[in-house]
Structure formats: structure tokens, C-alpha cells
Design a protein around this ligand. Structure first.
Ligand code: 8ZB
Length: 483
């Protein structure tokens, strides 16, 4: 299979679409023209992209939870609770794991068992099984815009039903919903599947309906240095734009050092804009999302609020357009609605309290973001070269060559050679860059940073630092120091 970063031709798209809509009976309920009219009647205040752009202009950071349960009535109650008691600005619908893996029969069993037992037997809301009308019964009764959040390598049918179902934003991407989530899906396949999603969104755009698209920024959420996730975000932006997407929200997962976190968002915004403009997509809108700490959480709820609040502070000081909020139940599993709302309110306190402060142009941030942008250019230049100008082809080649390498990813299409570790101030650096094509200056920079930590800790730079760093936050520290 040969993948290209080229808008899918009409005949190819429509014949694929016929097959996609047959994957589960609810696919028959999708009528594009009717869905366009339905979307056009959604009030502006409930359109995801509109609310984001308004916040971006006003310099506000919006808050958004994750949430999803098996049954419609309970799911509506949950989201309603999060917007009233949690003060959420934006709402999610987190999809269950069976649906993410296209296992709709098992999702159906989950729905039936949830009805029998009276409690949610799925870890999310099974959008495909419910179909267009039941999705509309959810999206229509809430006051805020609702986004679909998931983790699906092949989300073609899910996209169809979600947009027709009144959701105005859709998360994911061909790289970001493959490499961190799947062992065996090839990148050619998932990039092609996500070109379908983006092409469908592009079709809605052409019909006058704007759907917000959000590549998944944090990747594995574990010591992912900004240059890696930012490079993937830029590539997924280019791939989406080629298919006709006009409204992108690009993301980054908190690493924990404030200067580096603010710098990461700054670099992400600047380079995404530069690349989109350079390749002819100047009409694409960019906003940003900052993810509160995606790694292991403390068991203790009060300590969790500390982690949550630090994430909210970093997000607002970075002037991210929105922040995805964790809950004090993170170490336990799916949160109660009360715990979810509590994480939101803690976050809201910070995003409103600090909204007049910005760290984006302080000298230390500018210096750090210049480093990140140099690193991203090393990676992105090589991707472009490997693909002979084509970023889809280049991405496949780059993963094969380890030019893009995501730490701790389960995918066998990821090289897995890089080793990240924190420096003496907690910023994520590289202990080993694997085959990422950094300049000599950058290699020296990373070695120097880790040598400083080693000297302070009186131990050699080693893999033990990586292990210590992975578990540090759960134990109350950012840097995994020796005892
Ligand atoms: C990659 C995202 C992982 C995060 C949360 C996890 C974790 C997953 C649900 C959920 C609330 C759900 N998550 N499913 N949060 N309701 N159904 O996504 O806890 O933080």
C-alpha cells in the first residue's frame, strides 16, 4: 500500500464511504445532506470551534473534562453535571474501548449488561451502536459544545455517526491514535483511515459546516519530549489540512517543568502556523490544547489536586486555548461525576485566577522554545526529505528509520530506541536520541543537561534515571532522585 498526502479523489472516497456505512446497521442512519442541515441549525454558542476561537482572541483558557458512560440517560446526566457543578466550558464524550477497536457486538453486550445491572459496564459511550438519533438526544440537550474523544485507529464509521449525531469536534489522528494505542496497525493503514475522517470533515466544510479537529497531542503521555509530540502534531495538521480540514486544535501533554511546558506550546503554535502557511493552508485556524499530567498519579486525592492545579497553572500561563482536566480518581480508574467536577473546579480556579498573567514571552521561555523549534526542524526536515516532499510517505519512512520515535509506545512500527530523562531542573531531555537526526549542537546540549543532573545526584547518567523519572510524580516528586 502506497500512502500519499493528497486529497482523496471523489470516486475513491465515495466508494469507500459506501463500505464504511455498512460496517454496522446504524451506518444506514447517516444522511449527509440532512446532517449538514442539522449541523447548520446548531447555535453558535454550541459550536466547538467558535467557542475556541473566541477564547483564543480573548486570551482565556477553557476547561474540558473527559467523561463517558454506557447508557444514554446516565451519560446526559453526567455531562449536565459537569457543565453545571463542574463549570466545564467544553464537554467531551469519551468512547468505550470496544468501539475504539471496532468491536460493536461486544459494545452491544456491554449496553445490554448495563441495562440489566443498572450500572455502566462500558468505559465510555458507544456512539456507533447508538447511532445518529440517540447521539443527537445527547448533544442537543447540553448548553456547551461537545467533542468526541476516543483512541481509535480506524474511526471512519465513528466519524460519520458522530458528526451526523451533532458533535462539533472530533479528536484523533493517523499517527497519534495508532502509535500510542496499537501494537499491530501499520501507519499506512491508519494514516489512510484518518485521511478518510479528515476528508469527511472537509466535505462538511465545503458544505458550510465547520467541524473542529484535534490531533491527540500527548502520545504515550510518558516523558514525551516536546519536539517529538510537536513534530507529530505539525505533520497531522498538514495531513488534515490537505483533506480539507479548516479548524485545528493542536495539543501537548504537560511534562512538568514550567518553562519547558510554556515553551512547548509556544513552539507548537509558531511552527504549526509556519508549516501550514508554507504548504498553502493559510486559511486553517489553529488553537491549542494543554493536557494536564498524563503519567502516573498519586493515590492520595489531595495530592492529585496538587498535580491537577499545577497543570491548570501551566496551561493558563502558556496561554493554551483549552486545558484537558484530570480528576482526583486518576490513579483508581474511571472517576465518579463528583470527582470529575472537583478536578474541573480546581482547574477553573487557576485558569480564572491567572488569566491576566502570561509567561509566553519571558526570556527563559523564548530560549527554550528556540531549542524545541530547532529540534522540530531537524525532525521535520528529515521527514520531508524521506518523503521527497510528501509528509505521509515521509512519516512512514521516518518511523521506520527512527527519525520519529515515541518513547514507551506499544507499536511495532515505532523504533523504540530513544530514551528520555529529566535534567536537573526537571525538563525532559534525551539520554539517548536513538536515530532522531539532531545537529551536533543539540546532541551536546542534551548530554550537558544530563551530565549536570548526574553530577548533582553523584551517580552516572544511566537508564536508572529513566525508571526513577517514570515513577516520580506518583511519589511526590518531578525528578526521580536516588534515595
Ligand atoms: C488517553 C486518555 C486517558 C485518560 C481517562 C483516563 C485517563 C478514559 C474515561 C476517562 C472519564 C471515562 N478516561 N475513559 N475519564 N470517563 N469514561 O482518559 O482516566 O485520564
Amino acid at each position: 500500500m502506497e500512502i500519499k498526502n493528497k486529497k482523496i479523489a471523489n470516486d475513491v472516497f465515495f466508494s469507500e464511504r459506501k463500505e464504511v456505512l455498512k460496517q454496522w446497521p446504524t451506518g444506514e442512519g447517516v444522511d449527509f445532506d440532512e446532517a449538514v442541515n442539522y449541523q447548520k441549525a446548531i447555535p453558535e454558542t454550541k459550536q466547538f470551534g467558535k467557542k475556541l476561537v473566541k477564547a483564543e482572541i480573548e486570551g482565556e483558557t477553557l476547561i474540558q473534562p473527559r467523561a463517558g458512560v454506557a447508557l444514554c440517560k446516565e451519560h446526559i446526566e453526567l455531562l449536565h453535571f459537569l457543565e453545571t457543578e463542574g463549570e466545564a466550558d467544553l464537554l467531551p464524550t469519551t468512547v468505550d474501548s470496544y468501539t475504539r477497536l471496532n468491536r460493536y457486538k461486544e459494545a452491544q453486550t456491554g449496553i445490554e449488561r448495563s441495562i440489566e445491572t443498572g450500572r455502566s459496564m462500558l468505559n465510555g459511550f458507544p456512539i456507533v451502536n447508538y447511532g445518529v438519533d440517540l447521539c443527537r438526544s445527547v448533544t442537543s440537550v447540553l448548553s456547551n459544545p461537545v467533542q468526541v474523544r476516543h483512541g481509535t485507529p480506524d474511526a471512519r464509521l465513528l466519524t460519520e455517526i458522530s458528526i451526523a449525531g451533532g458533535f462539533t469536534s472530533f479528536e484523533g489522528g493517523g499517527i497519534s491514535y495508532n502509535i500510542p494505542y496499537s501494537k499491530n496497525h501499520s501507519l499506512e493503514k491508519t494514516i489512510a483511515h484518518w485521511q478518510y475522517t479528515d476528508r469527511l470533515v472537509g466535505m462538511y466544510e465545503e458544505a458550510g459546516v465547520s467541524i473542529n479537529r484535534e490531533p491527540f497531542g500527548p502520545l504515550t503521555g510518558t516523558l514525551v519530549a516536546p519536539c517529538i509530540s510537536n513534530s507529530v502534531a505539525v505533520i497531522e495538521s498538514l495531513l488534515a489540512a490537505e483533506q480539507g480540514v479548516k479548524d485545528l486544535t493542536i495539543g501537548y501533554g504537560q511534562c512538568g517543568n514550567l518553562i519547558q511546558d510554556v515553551a512547548a506550546i509556544r513552539a507548537l503554535k509558531l511552527l504549526a502556523r509556519e508549516y501550514l502557511d508554507k504548504f498553502g493552508y493559510s486559511d486553517v485556524t489553529i488553537t491549542t490544547v494543554f493536557h494536564q499530567w498524563m503519567g502516573g498519579f498519586p493515590q492520595d486525592e489531595s495530592k492529585s489536586f496538587g498535580v491537577i492545579s499545577w497543570g491548570a497553572a501551566a496551561a493558563v500561563l502558556a496561554k493554551a486555548t483549552k486545558v484537558i482536566v484530570k480528576t482526583p480518581h486518576e490513579a483508581m480508574g474511571v472517576p465518579t461525576k463528583e470527582a470529575n467536577a472537583a478536578g474541573l473546579r480546581a482547574s477553573k480556579q487557576l485558569t480564572s485566577m491567572l488569566k491576566d498573567q502570561s509567561f509566553t514571552e519571558i526570556p527563559a521561555v523564548i530560549a527554550e522554545s528556540n531549542i524545541i523549534m530547532q529540534e522540530m526542524k531537524c525532525i521535520l526536515d528529515k521527514v520531508e526529505e524521506l518523503g521527497k516532499g510528501d509528509f505521509a510517505l515521509g512519516t512512514v519512512a521516518a518511523f521506520e528509520a527512527g527519525v520519529i520515535d515515541v518513547p514507551f509506545a506499544p507499536s511495532r512500527y515505532n523504533a523504540g530506541k530513544v530514551m528520555p530523562a529529566r535534567d536537573n531542573l526537571g525538563a525532559v531531555r534525551f539520554l539517548s536520541v536513538g536515530d532522531i537526526p539532531f545537529s551536533k549542537d543539540l546532541l551536546d546540549f542534551h548530554r550537558e543537561k544530563l551530565e549536570q543532573r548526574a553530577a548533582f545526584e553523584k551517580r552516572p547518567v544511566s537508564f536508572q534515571m529513566v525508571i526513577d523519572d517514570v515513577y516520580a510524580i506518583g511519589k511526590g516528586f518531578l525528578i526521580g532522585r536516588p534515595k
